[in-house]
Design a protein around this ligand. Structure first.
Ligand SMILES: NC(=O)c1ccc[n+]([C@@H]2O[C@H](COP(=O)([O-])OP(=O)(O)OC[C@H]3O[C@@H](n4cnc5c(N)ncnc54)[C@H](OP(=O)(O)O)[C@@H]3O)[C@@H](O)[C@H]2O)c1
Length: 267
């Protein structure tokens, strides 16, 4: 953490703060006067963002370099969380896509996604909640996806891990309701971040013209508005709401037929 004298600012910890949605939360929460701890793997980006935010907003901003597929590194963040006295917001945002044919892919790669999207979120939430209950307030935001409402061949672990986040978050929200702790599950649709570039989709990729992408800033603005209103499930934007409505209520056989047609075309 940058060396400044401690004051009574609230603190937020954001996993996956290096870019995209996590970095957008960092900007918004720093502007709102939160001290920040960011996690990620690209250290140079974390360092640059922390310097920028602490100078611009006069807050403390520090980072932890951690691979969240490694349980020992997650435990390091858990220990840190337990030592932050005014932790008010935990954003479990770190995540990635990994399209692969299930039976051909290395099982370790499938388990890594379970670790990053689910086990890390579960462990960090568990570490944060008692302190928030003692303060009588706090918020947990779990970044899921519209993918939680859909299914897809070659991406089942992405969908399945996001379903877990939705179910976990909704039940936890009810469990913590009377303790004054808010729990949100954020379900964005296509968002312009580093997510697709990491999958080898450059700016010229047809996905960027085929679908309407939302900015990470807009996603976060809507998430924080929903948090204020204590709304548990946040699906930003009407287009994404329509996708979800369609996926939930279309007869399953028609849904499968459309997905199979698309999967065969993409083969
Ligand atoms: N972009 C979309 O269209 C979209 C749509 C729906 C949901 N989401 C969800 O939004 C969340 C944020 O993604 P984004 O779109 O903002 O993508 P992004 O720009 O690539 O950011 C992902 C963040 O997660 C971190 N991360 C990924 N894998 C990690 C690992 N194994 N260990 C530690 N940190 C890891 C990354 O850190 P480093 O890069 O430093 O390693 C980065 O900070 C994800 O949970 C994603 O599933 C994205």
């Amino acid at each position: 953490m940058a060396s400044e004298k401690p004051v009574n600012r609230p603190a937020a910890l954001i996993t996956g703060g290096t870019s995209g949605i996590g970095a957008a939360y960092a900007h918004r929460l720093a502007a709102a006067g939160y001290d920040l701890i960011l996690t990620g793997r690209r250290e140079k980006l974390l360092e640059k963002l922390c310097d920028e935010l602490s100078q611009k907003h006069g807050i403390l901003a520090g980072y932890v370099v951690a691979e969240l597929a490694d349980e020992r590194q997650v435990k390091k963040i858990e220990r840190l969380i337990k030592r932050i006295p005014r932790l008010r917001i935990l954003v479990n945002n770190a995540g990635y896509g990994h399209p692969a044919c299930f039976h051909e892919d290395d099982i370790a790669a499938q388990l890594d996604m379970l670790m990053v999207h689910n086990v890390a979120a579960l462990r960090l939430t568990h570490a944060a909640v008692s302190g928030m209950i003692a303060q009588g307030r706090g918020a947990i935001i779990n970044v899921s996806s519209v993918a939680a409402f859909m299914v897809s061949p070659r991406s089942m672990m992405y969908h399945a891990t996001k379903v877990f986040l939705n179910s976990f978050s909704e039940s936890l929200a009810l469990e913590l309701w009377d303790a004054g702790i808010r729990v949100q599950v954020l379900c964005p649709g296509f968002t312009r971040t580093d997510f697709h570039a990491k999958l080898g989709m450059g700016d010229e990729h047809p996905i960027f013209t085929r679908y309407r992408f939302m900015s990470a800033q807009k996603v976060v603005e809507i998430s924080l508005k929903y948090l204020k209103a204590n709304r548990v499930i946040c699906i930003p934007g009407w287009r994404n709401k329509i996708w979800v409505f369609f996926a939930r209520f279309i007869p399953r056989r028609l849904f499968y037929r459309a997905l199979l047609r698309r999967a065969r075309k993409e083969k």
